[in-house]
Design a protein around this ligand. Structure first.
Ligand code: HEC
Ligand code: HEC
Length: 354
């Protein structure tokens, strides 16, 4: 291992630091052919005054810090990397920081042994990992891996935003699977559901789910799926009760979404099942019996097994060029399908689907 004879030895692990450099490589390069990118080239950065790489346009904040005597050594680099934007307020290094002290030590150990010519940037024994963005003389600019192929920092490759809090994730994570996974614990009866429905839903969806005005119909429509204008309702079309619970909890009542309690939603789901003749009027829906209810149309929903069909399974990459030998000929015009408007003023003008 090559070590600079003047620089001290940081406690960190050079190879680990080299891997971690993937987090920096979106903006910085090191190595024999490295130049400035969005951030300054970092060859030989240790022990040199801040903001002193030739030809790079630093922020006023970092230049000022340099005038006040900032030199990159272990303590200053450690503090900078932990939280660049608090250590040098106004720096244009928009990087959230490395919170983990051991990682910072590894990073510093890696930077420390790269001299100003760039040697030390790549591993001497092992070839560089495919996902390290470290450049070296044998790897021309164009062959360097893209940022998207490198280790993505916790907060995302663009270094924007922050991680969602667990409470936020929990608040968003309300989907329910057909088998009931994700359901909150609770229950609600058809009777209670009817009361809530009359008060909060009937104004739009009609007293019996028949739909008021042009608001959606929620019940009925059995045996209409093959009609010209099928009436798709929870009873006639929807495959799973979980969709009803999920939808009502997420989106209804329209204009006042997320205002219902979990038990209210159980009760409303029970009532909607009742309106669709799926349960009796004394039924109570609960976490325990939820998965036992199947809707009539469930069998007409099938998993997408397209890739197992002969037509697809036998295919490799789709042909994109010269797929048919010989010259191309037009075999059909859109007019034949009657979707192209006729020109002029004849009766058919406008054509298309009605
Ligand atoms: C989003 C882009 C970005 C990322 C990611 C980034 N930096 Fe920077 N870095 C910069 C910019 C821009 C500057 C110049 C700061 C200024 O002028 O205020 C800088 C400056 C520096 C400096 C000071 C250099 C000098 O010449 O004074 C060091 C050291 C440094 N970065 C190390 C790192 C390390 C190590 C990482 C990874 C852990 C990293 N940076 C990640 C953009 C980035
Ligand atoms: C202000 C009118 C209004 C009220 C009140 C209302 N809804 Fe809705 N509901 C809608 C609209 C509009 C849609 C269609 C929304 C869409 O497609 O984006 C809808 C869709 C639905 C659907 C899905 C229908 C389908 O087949 O796609 C269900 C189920 C539903 N509402 C249940 C309820 C329940 C239960 C309540 C009472 C808690 C309620 N709605 C209150 C207007 C209303």
């Amino acid at each position: 291992m090559l070590m600079s004879s003047t620089a001290g030895h940081a406690a960190g692990n050079v190879d680990a630091g080299r891997k971690l450099f993937g987090q920096c490589a979106a903006c910085h390069a090191v190595g024999k052919t490295a130049g400035h990118q969005f951030g300054p080239m970092l060859n030989g950065v240790m022990e040199r005054p801040a903001a002193s790489a030739d030809g790079y346009s630093y922020s006023d904040a970092l230049k000022q810090a340099a005038q006040n005597g900032l030199v990159w050594d272990e303590p200053s680099l450690d503090a900078f990397l932990e939280s660049p934007m608090t250590y040098v307020v106004g720096t244009k290094m928009a990087f959230a920081g490395m919170r983990d002290e051991a990682q910072r030590q590894d990073m510093i150990a890696f930077l420390q042994q790269i001299d100003s010519s760039g040697s030390g940037a790549t591993a001497t024994v092992e070839p560089p990992a495919a996902n390290s963005l470290v450049s070296e003389s044998s790897a021309p600019e164009a062959q360097r891996p893209l940022a998207r192929d490198t280790t993505v920092p916790e907060h995302g490759v663009l270094h924007l935003g922050r991680l969602a809090l667990p409470e936020e994730v929990a608040a968003w994570d309300i989907d329910i699977r057909p088998d009931g996974l994700g359901l909150p614990t609770g229950s609600g009866s058809v009777e209670t559901g009817g009361q809530i429905y009359d008060a909060q839903c009937a104004v739009c969806h009609g007293v019996f789910g028949e739909g008021a005005g042009r608001w959606p119909v929620l019940a009925g429509g059995f045996d209409t799926l093959s009609d010209e204008r099928p009436e798709k309702t929870i009873g006639s079309y929807w495959p799973y009760v979980s969709t009803v619970y999920d939808y009502v909890r997420r989106a209804m009542p329209f204009g006042n979404a997320r205002s219902l309690s979990d038990d209210d939603v159980y009760a409303l789901t029970a009532y909607l099942l009742y309106l669709n003749d799926q349960v009796s009027e004394d039924f109570t829906l609960s976490t325990d019996n939820f998965a036992s209810i199947t809707l009539p149309n469930v069998d007409n929903f099938i998993a997408d097994d397209r890739m197992e069909e002969v037509h697809y399974a036998s295919r490799e990459e789709p042909c994109m060029q010269d797929c048919i030998p010989g010259e191309a000929t037009v075999t059909q015009r859109a007019r034949v399908l009657d979707v192209t408007p006729d020109n002029g003023d004849d009766d058919n003008a406008g054509g298309g689907i009605d």
